[in-house]
Design a protein around this ligand. Structure first.
Ligand SMILES: NC(=O)c1ccc[n+]([C@@H]2O[C@H](COP(=O)([O-])OP(=O)(O)OC[C@H]3O[C@@H](n4cnc5c(N)ncnc54)[C@H](OP(=O)(O)O)[C@@H]3O)[C@@H](O)[C@H]2O)c1
Length: 282
């Protein structure tokens, strides 16, 4: 199969590229340079040249706090850009896999969100990603929407790398404990996405590593696994105000993965251990 992967220089896109290549697919990975999501003619030219059977759309404007200051740019990339790409996919009748986020939900209560639960984003980024979902659903029939959360992988910056950096200079840290969700290791997610895109099991999915934790619990596990002597103090979100409001409850139900016969990802603690080994920091 010929697969175009957007966001191929990003944390998730890069691992998807590697996974799909390893499976023998013909893969073309693009970034903002060759494939700016605001430039329809550039996007059209790439699609005409490569003629993919499927598009794995992992590119996004991902600066959640900055988005509050530049909402137009965020919407241009995540909402309008996805709308253009969905239209180009519709014209060519190619399969489409769109990566979305837990931030489409308001984050109230304690129960894991089912895929069909009412949405209600709390910040600009979440609203733009939801608009992307709506564009995909409106245009396409052969689509997958996969909501993920708290991503970490070898490329780019992420919470695990930030904690390991902070461990070099801190003996104690105060970390938010009233936001609960699930970390997602890109190396675990990429094989699932590759299985999905090769299938005909279209629909809306949630996919993260198994289990729930707060950011404070996540940090404590990172320090424990990496053998760093850093004490974690649990604090409420208001102790670390951010431009963008974050949902308190980011728990995502995996029922739709089970129903479609896809395997769930390993527990998040197991993923953290493998990632720290991958970074050579164990
Ligand atoms: N990170 C998280 O915690 C998280 C959580 C939930 C969902 N997600 C979703 O997961 C997906 C992957 O996230 P990630 O963390 O792997 O992203 P990332 O590391 O921030 O990488 C973003 C990718 O998108 C590309 N991109 C940015 N602006 C673009 C534009 N205007 N036109 C074309 N491409 C553009 C970037 O290309 P350049 O290198 O050229 O800039 C890069 O390849 C995204 O859809 C994101 O919304 C992420």
């Amino acid at each position: 199969m010929k697969i175009l992967i957007t966001g191929a220089t990003g944390q998730l896109g890069a691992d998807c590229l590697e996974e799909c290549r390893a499976r023998g697919h013909e893969v073309y990975g693009v970034s903002s340079h060759m494939f700016p999501l605001s430039d329809e003619s550039a996007m059209r030219a790439v699609l005409d040249e490569f003629e993919p059977d499927a598009i794995l759309h992992a590119a996004a404007y991902t600066a959640v706090d900055r988005a509050e200051d530049e909402p137009d740019l965020c919407r241009l990339v995540n909402a309008a850009g996805t709308e253009i790409l969905a239209r180009l996919a519709q014209e060519r009748d190619v399969k489409f896999l769109y990566i979305s986020t837990d931030y489409v939900f308001p984050g109230t209560g304690n129960a894991p969100y089912e895929t069909d639960a009412p949405t209600g984003p709390r910040n600009v980024y979440g609203a733009s990603k939801l608009a992307g979902e709506e564009a995909v659903e409106a245009r396409l029939e052969r689509f997958f929407i996969v909501r993920i959360s708290w991503v970490f992988g070898a490329r780019g910056t992420n919470f695990v790398k930030t904690m390991l950096e902070l461990a070099k200079t801190h003996k104690s840290l105060s970390i938010v404990a009233d936001q609960v969700g699930s970390p997602t290791y890109t190396r675990d997610l990429a094989p699932l996405l590759a299985d999905m895109i090769a299938s005909e099991k279209y629909g809306l999915y949630h996919a993260t590593n198994e289990g729930f934790c707060s950011w404070a619990e996540f940090a404590a596990e990172i320090f424990r696994t990496a053998g760093k002597d850093v004490a974690v103090t649990s604090v409420p979100s208001r102790a670390h105000p951010t431009k963008a409001v974050r949902p308190k409850n980011s728990r995502l139900s995996k029922r739709s993965l089970d129903a479609a016969g896809f395997e769930r990802l390993p527990p998040w603690q197991d993923a953290v251990a493998r990632f720290i080994a991958e970074l050579g920091q164990g």
